[in-house]
Structures are given as C-alpha cells and as structure tokens.
Design a protein around this ligand. Structure first.
Ligand SMILES: Nc1ncnc2c1ncn2[C@@H]1O[C@H](COP(=O)(O)OP(=O)(O)OP(=O)(O)O)[C@@H](O)[C@H]1O
Length: 361
C-alpha cells in the first residue's frame, strides 16, 4: 500500500478583528493536534477544511483529492469527513443505533454492504455494542461521546475532524475515552485533526502538532519538537515527550527500562514487553539539574545533557531549561536562584536527574 499523500491546506480569510492566514502541509496519516490560545483560529481552520467556511483564498487537498482550489469548491455535504464536536448532539427520540443509522442515511450510505461493515467496525472500536437499543438520555457523558465518534466514523470518512472532543467531560470520563481514541489511531488509517487545550491529550495522541496564534501558524512539527518549546506556558503540565523502546525488564522490582536517542530511563512497569515501542512523557517539574554527577544518590535516572535554551517561566521565581540528549529534548524547571547558583548557561554540559517518567503508549 502506498503512503497517503499529505494534507495541503492554505486559507486566507478576514473578519473584523480576526484573520486566518495559514499554509500547511500535514501528514496524511496519524493524529495532528491543533493547539493554541482561545480565539487563535483552531475551530475556524477546521470549519474551512469541512467547507463550513468558504475563505476567499484557499487550496485544500485531502488524500490526493482537491476539495478547494481557485473556483473549484466541493460543498460540505460532498466532503467525506467525520466531524466530532465537544458534545455529541444525538436525537433524543432515536436509539443509539437509530442515531448511527441516521448519520449514514444523511450521507446516502445506508444499506450498502460497505456501510454495514463500517458501522459494525465503528461499534466494535468504540465498544458500544451493548448500548445500541438505549436512548441517549440513558447514556453517560462518556458513552454519548463514544456514540458521537462512532457516528462520525461510520460514514467512511477520509478525514476525521475532532474539535475538543473531551473538553466537556470530567477527568474520569476523559480517561475512559482516551484508550478508544488511541485505538482508532492504531487500527485505522484515517488521518485525524484534533483540536485540544490539554497537553496530556496532545502528549498521548498526537504525532504532529500545529501551534496557532492569532490566526497564524507559529510551528508545525513532530510532537516531541513542539512540546519541548519553552514558550508554551503550560504550568505544571510543561514537559517533553520522547519516543523510546523497552530494552530491559526487572520483574523483581516491577520496573522497565526504556531506551531513547539520548539515554535510558527506568520507570514502573505498566505491563510492557521487551522491544515494545513506547512514548515517554517527562514533566519539567520532575527534572532537576546538577553540574557534577552526585555521589551516592537514590536517583536512578541520571543522564548527561547539554543546555540549549533558557527562559523565565510564568512565575518570576522559576526558570525553564531546554536540554538536548542525543537527538532528544527534555525540559527542566527549577528556581531562577538555583539556575544562577549552578551557573546554568546555553551550551553548558549538565546532569539531568529524572525523578518520574510516564509511559504513554
Ligand atoms: N463567523 C464569524 N465572524 C466573525 N468572527 C468570527 C466568526 N467566527 C469566529 N470568529 C472569531 O474568530 C476568532 C477565532 O475563533 P475560533 O473559534 O476559530 O478560535 P479557537 O482557537 O477555536 O478558540 P477556542 O479555543 O476558544 O475554541 C475569534 O476571535 C472569534 O471571535
């Protein structure tokens, strides 16, 4: 199978008080997160892609099909898109299955063998087989959202647009749905554009991240490059992700070691297998720095690194330090006084002590 072509999106749109001016080439597979402050244009960009806005200037190519270019314009109902919103607006008088079928009928797909197969697949992937006869008012918020995602998938989309799909849910419900989204990412080859304000969702799901500010693209790149930027202002959630492989197990102490380009880290074993590819998230608050390797220490994860950038954090007493380890980056947060006492400066070699590591997938 050939790799799907990239998604090309160029839009110029101007409203009083806001303009969108983007020229993006995005991966044709996996999850691309759209991240940026409120009002930066994330939803507007999704709406342009869905054809719900018609910018004066635009070009949009999805998996080799041109949906907009000059005078060419594919109307929204002809674009094979699955759109998931913050809240799934389901018809109260229809059962879950009725709602799913309604979505299919609207796109003219109901009854085709391909649609039946896709519907069954969507029901299986979202784990809603036992809910099909229920009315929406008898579902939890998380279940409703899973039905909304299944409805979007059932129409055989070439592209999924998800606009903060977990924002309306509490933390427990979010945790309940994230594994399903990870599963879609793993098992389907439909590219997803995913709007979120949550660094944790980005760290878990995204392969690529677009940072938007005032309708402009600040950065578009792999998730690891983006999350280690010091100007994201993520507070306690500031941190880096690193792609790694499980290279040792210590069953006696229930630990695993992961190796990445830049070092190795020990962490709790979530049930990993040797050779498994994982993503590791290291929060800035869990990384401290030393000029010399400490002597006897209980800290196991001690890695040589180089300081590549230094910035003041949101609080004037705190500093953020971007570190390079091989081809990977970590971020450390320490007090500005500690940074001054250590004489932290760009280019300097340091020792990074990593106190805690989370395996994401
Ligand atoms: N139809 C419209 N006409 C004029 N301005 C609009 C229209 N729709 C949105 N805007 C403005 O465009 C800007 C971008 O809005 P948009 O909803 O895309 O931002 P966002 O990044 O998705 O924000 P949030 O994170 O709060 O959802 C905002 O200033 C908004 O007020």
């Amino acid at each position: 199978m050939t790799a799907p072509g990239p998604l090309l999106a160029r839009f110029g749109l101007s409203w009083p008080g806001f303009s969108l001016d983007v020229d993006l080439t995005l991966p044709g597979q996996g999850v691309t997160a759209l991240f940026g402050p409120s009002g930066s244009g994330k939803t507007t960009l999704l709406r342009c892609i869905a054809g719900l806005e018609r910018p004066a200037q635009g070009r949009l190519v999805v998996q080799g099909q041109t949906w907009q270019d000059g005078r060419l314009w594919v109307p929204p109902h002809r674009r094979p898109i699955g759109y998931v919103f913050q809240e799934a607006s389901l018809f109260a008088h229809l059962s879950v299955l009725g709602n799913l079928r309604y979505g299919l009928r609207r796109s003219g797909l109901d009854g085709s063998p391909q649609a039946t197969q896709r519907l069954e697949q969507a029901i299986g992937l979202l784990g809603i087989g036992h809910l099909l006869e229920r009315r929406p008012d008898r579902l939890s918020g998380g279940e409703r959202q899973r039905v909304g995602i299944a409805r979007a998938l059932a129409v055989c989309p070439r592209l999924m647009l998800l606009d903060e799909p977990l924002a309306a849910l509490d933390q427990r419900r979010k945790e309940e749905i994230l594994p399903y989204l990870e599963r879609l990412h793993r098992e389907l080859d439909i590219p997803m554009l995913y709007v979120t304000h949550a660094p944790q969702e980005m760290a878990r799901l995204a392969d690529h991240v677009v940072l938007l500010e005032q309708g402009r693209v600040v950065q578009s790149g792999p998730v690891a490059d983006t999350l280690s930027r010091l100007d994201l202002r993520l507070g306690e959630e500031q941190g880096a992700v690193v792609e790694a492989v499980v290279d040792a197990l210590d069953p006696e102490w229930h630990l695993v070691r992961v190796a990445f380009d830049g070092g190795q880290l020990w962490t709790r074993d979530p049930g990993a297998t040797l050779g498994q590819r994982v993503r590791v998230r290291v929060l800035a608050r869990d990384v401290s720095l030393a000029r010399h390797p400490p002597g006897a220490s209980s800290i196991q994860n001690l890695l040589p690194a180089q300081v590549v950038e230094l910035a003041q954090d949101e609080h004037p007493g705190l500093a953020l330090v971007r570190l390079r380890l091989g081809n990977s980056h970590l971020v450390a947060r320490l007090t500005r006084r500690a940074a001054a006492e250590l004489g932290i400066a760009v280019g300097q070699p340091v020792w990074a002590q990593v106190k805690s590591v989370a395996l994401m997938r």
